[in-house]
Design a protein around this ligand. Sequence first.
Ligand code: PAF
Length: 296
Amino acid sequence: MEIIRTVEWMKQSSRTAEAAGRVIGFVPTMGALHEGHLSLIRAAKQQCSPVAVSIFVNPKQFGVGEDFEKYPRAFEADRAQLENLGVDYLFAPDAPAIYPPEFRSAVRVEGLSEKWEGRARPGHFQGVTTIVLKLFEIVRPRFAYFGRKDAQQARIIRQMVSDLNLDCEIVVCPIVHEADGLAMSSRNAYLSAAERRAATILHRALAAMRGEIERGARACAPLLETFRAAIASEPLAKLDYVEIVDADSFEPLQFLRNDCLVLVAARFGATRLIDNMLVRILPKDGERREECIISL
Ligand code: PAF
C-alpha cells in the first residue's frame, strides 16, 4: 500500500490508473476505522481496482465547540488495517495541503443541507460537500462508498454528484452494528461504560418500531410517540430528534409510503449519536399484497 501525503502525488497516481483504464474505488474517511469503514472497503475491493482510502479529519465539517480537537486519531492502527485489506492507496494529507491559507471556496447542496443534522450542526454539510468534492477531484473515483448510518450525508453527496455531473457512482452500504445492536461509529469511543449500555436504546427502540410496522402500523405520529416514550425510559438518553421522512426529500411523512427513513439523534452525556432505519413499502400490485422491507 502506498501512503500518499500530497495532493500532487495522489493526483498523479489516480490519473495514471485512470489512463490505464482501471476502475478506481474510493472510501473517504476521517480515520479511527471500525468495522463500518472496513465493510465499505470490502465492497470497494469487490468492484474496483485500485482502491483508495483517505484519512483526513476535516476541520470544516466541525462546528464551534464540537469535537474536532478530540476526534479519535489512530493512524498506525488504521494503516495496519488498510494494509491487511489490500488497499492500494492511503491518501492522508495534512490540513494545509487541503486548505492552504488562500483557500476560499465552498460547496453547498441547498435545501437538503439545512434540515435534521444540518439544523443541529450548522455548516456541517457544507464542510462535508466541500471536502468530498475536493477529494473526488483529486482521487477521480469511478465508485465511492458511504455508509447508510450517515443517511443524510449520503443523500446530499448523491445530489451533489448529480447536480455537478460528476462521473462517480455513489454506493451506499448497510449500517454495521456492534453485537449489542449499537450502530458503529468512531464517536462510540467517547461513551462511558454506562452511556455505552444506555446507547443501545436507539437500536432497541428502532427494532421495536420495526415490529410495529411489520404488524401493519402505517401512521407516523403513533410510531414516533412510542419511540419517544422508549427513549424517555432510558435516564441517560436525551433525544435530539426522531422523525420519519421521505428517503429522497427528507421531508416528514404522516404515513409510511415508498422509501422512508426513520432518523434519530440523541445525546448520551456529552456524546451525540445518530442512527436510522430504512423502510420500503411496496404497494399492493394486482394479486400481490403490500410488502414492507425494513433495514436497521
Ligand atoms: O463520513 C465521514 O467520515 C466524513 O463526513 C467524510 C465523508 C469522510 C468527509 O470528511
